[in-house]
Ligand binder design. Structure first.
Ligand SMILES: NC(=O)c1ccc[n+]([C@@H]2O[C@H](COP(=O)([O-])OP(=O)(O)OC[C@H]3O[C@@H](n4cnc5c(N)ncnc54)[C@H](OP(=O)(O)O)[C@@H]3O)[C@@H](O)[C@H]2O)c1
Length: 254
């Protein structure tokens, strides 16, 4: 067990990539705390993980009140935090000229502000021996898809990459490692929500594009991200910090 005795916080841990990472952490012996807005989804996830060592906190991290609630709930137990996975995110794939102020605010609030301030608020709670912060970025930070307008989402994930590197530099002397995982397209509720709205012809075009573009011939499954998330959280990665790791079936190699 590579994470035995460690305590991990996974934001957006009730479904998709976050849930898959949480499952892997539990398998590796960690105690996990899942954060999301919907208490029902969190409870379902807790049951699915089937462990008494799973806590949940219902909080909207796109708000200051939610960040306060989550950080107070985490610190409240008095147990140090070894691993923080800043995974909760939202993707508005909207043409640049149609992006609303509300979408802009929501996207930046969750994808960037929550990552920034939750990490800041948890600094006193991090284990004195060191901690691992893992941020969920995206290939969209640097590579676009035809007909998938991503100015807002790409902006937020570019910020995630910059924050990851600057925090690795700034927090390294305190023994805190900071890395990001940049997935390719992964089959999760987020992805399905954005594709289900497309007209049938656009869906077919997108599918053909994916088959052409992914050297490994398919999009990702949530558990494709679990292995690297375990590695980055573990002591095996003791000298790994400031990295943005693509896990994307080879997509960004082209
Ligand atoms: N799927 C992809 O293709 C893909 C590709 C590259 C990068 N990523 C990134 O990977 C991460 C996870 O993506 P995913 O596809 O697994 O997403 P997802 O299926 O939409 O799951 C998002 C999770 O975040 C929680 N969440 C959403 N808004 C929240 C809020 N305001 N406060 C607290 N929790 C919130 C959701 O629970 P509630 O709704 O109950 O709050 C859920 O647990 C994101 O950062 C995403 O940008 C995804």
């Amino acid at each position: 067990m590579r994470l035995q005795g460690k305590r991990a916080i996974v934001t957006g841990g009730s479904q998709g990539i976050g849930l898959s990472i949480a499952e892997a952490y539990v398998r590796e012996g960690a105690d996990v705390c899942l954060i999301g807005r919907d208490a029902g989804k969190l409870e379902t996830a807790r049951q699915q993980l089937g462990a008494g060592s799973v806590e949940t906190i219902s909080a909207d991290l796109a708000t200051q009140a939610g960040i306060d609630k989550a950080s107070a709930g985490i610190a409240g137990s008095g147990r140090p935090v070894d691993i923080l996975v800043n995974n909760a995110g939202v993707a508005f794939l909207v043409p640049f000229d149609a992006v609303t102020q509300e979408q802009f605010h929501q996207s930046l609030s969750l994808n960037v502000t929550a990552m920034f301030f939750l990490t800041q608020r948890l600094l006193p709670a991090f284990a004195p021996a060191g901690a691992s912060v893992i941020n969920l970025s995206s290939y969209f930070a640097g590579k676009m898809i035809p007909k998938r307008p991503s100015s807002l989402y790409s902006l937020s994930k570019g910020a995630v990459n910059s924050l990851t590197k600057s925090l690795a530099f700034e927090l390294g002397p305190r023994g805190i490692r900071v890395n990001a995982i940049a997935p390719g397209t992964v089959d999760t509720p987020m992805r399905r929500k954005s594709v289900d709205n497309l007209p049938e012809s656009a869906k077919a075009e997108l599918q053909a594009y994916v088959e052409r573009s992914y050297p490994l011939g398919r999009i990702g499954r949530p558990d494709d991200l679990a292995g690297i998330a375990v590695y980055l959280a573990s002591d095996e990665a003791a000298w790994t910090s400031g990295g943005i790791f693509p896990v994307d079936g080879g997509y960004t190699a082209g």
